[in-house]
Write a protein that binds this ligand. Structure first.
Ligand SMILES: NC(=O)C1=CN([C@@H]2O[C@H](COP(=O)(O)OP(=O)(O)OC[C@H]3O[C@@H](n4cnc5c(N)ncnc54)[C@H](O)[C@@H]3O)[C@@H](O)[C@H]2O)C=CC1
Ligand SMILES: CC/C=C\C[C@H](O)/C=C/C=C\C=C\C=C\C(=O)[C@@H](O)C/C=C\CCC(=O)O
Length: 216
């Protein structure tokens, strides 16, 4: 996908990964907008990034609301705006999960892990829907391991020993590497259903599809 003139919406873009993703999209000529203005100012939406997330095992209702319900709500709103059969222009929806959505290594954060498994399953399920081709939509999921942003700092503060133990084994991603992977998902029109895993040890990789019928 050429990004020149495309309209993107990134949730949670004030800092961290969301900010880096927005800057990378802007650099390639996309317009990164607030949801209210995407229709009134730009006539539609081409790229939806459900990125906002928190790590708070104590207030789990809030975390489920932001990490999972927020992704579902953002995806539903984007589908309505982007659906070619309803006057939209089609496009891509990228949901930000985590390696915690694939493996349960962060044993101190079972609810965070549950929300991110939900994001991976939700995104994969949409990508298997045979009707999305007519709607002009594709879906992808980004699963970084620990990355150098605020959510990691607060996790290390909350779980100093447990978090450090795992981080010593797996390392910490750079925001730039995660942003590079993110841009691949946005720009590669062939990658419907992609679940991209990014780790400090192995860099950017694609997670294999689970067994089941293959439609795509
Ligand atoms: N940094 C890491 O180690 C990893 C982060 N992630 C995920 O990446 C995403 C972005 O996180 P980071 O940039 O790393 O952390 P961050 O803490 O720097 O950024 C989180 C962003 O989400 C926003 N946000 C939180 N609650 C919100 C709400 N109710 N409404 C709107 N925005 C809200 C914050 O304002 C902030 O801009 C999250 O979904 C996180 O779970 C995934 C894997 C690894
Ligand atoms: C609790 C919130 C803290 C930080 C946010 C982040 O989303 C949490 C990550 C939690 C766990 C990270 C584990 C990292 C593991 C690794 O890097 C390696 O063991 C490889 C992991 C997955 C590979 C998946 C696969 O291809 O099979």
């Amino acid at each position: 996908m050429s990004l020149a003139g495309k309209v993107a919406f990134v949730t949670g873009a004030a800092q961290g990964l969301g900010k880096a993703f927005s800057e990378a999209l802007l650099k390639k000529g996309a317009k990164v907008e607030a949801f209210e203005t995407v229709i009134s100012c730009f006539g539609g939406l081409d790229i939806m990034v459900n990125n906002a997330g928190i790590a708070n095992e104590h207030n789990y209702a809030l975390m489920v609301n932001i990490n999972l319900t927020g992704v579902i709500t953002g995806t539903n709103m984007a589908i309505d705006l982007m659906n070619r059969e309803k006057g939209g222009r089609g496009g891509v929806i990228v949901n930000i999960a985590s390696t915690a959505g694939i493996t349960p290594e962060a044993y101190f954060a079972p609810i965070y892990t549950g929300t991110k498994h939900g994001v991976v399953g939700f995104t994969r399920c949409w990508s298997m829907n045979p009707y999305i081709a007519k709607m002009g939509l594709r879906f992808a999921c980004l699963c970084p391991a620990f990355t150098d942003t605020q959510i990691l700092c607060s996790t290390i503060t909350d779980y100093p020993e447990d978090a450090q133990k795992i981080i010593q084994q797996v390392g910490i991603n750079k925001v730039e590497t995660v942003t590079e992977g993110f841009m691949q998902l946005v720009e590669d029109n062939q990658c419907n259903g992609a679940v991209m895993v990014i780790t400090a040890q192995n860099g950017i990789q694609y997670h294999r599809k689970p067994h089941g019928i293959s439609r795509m």
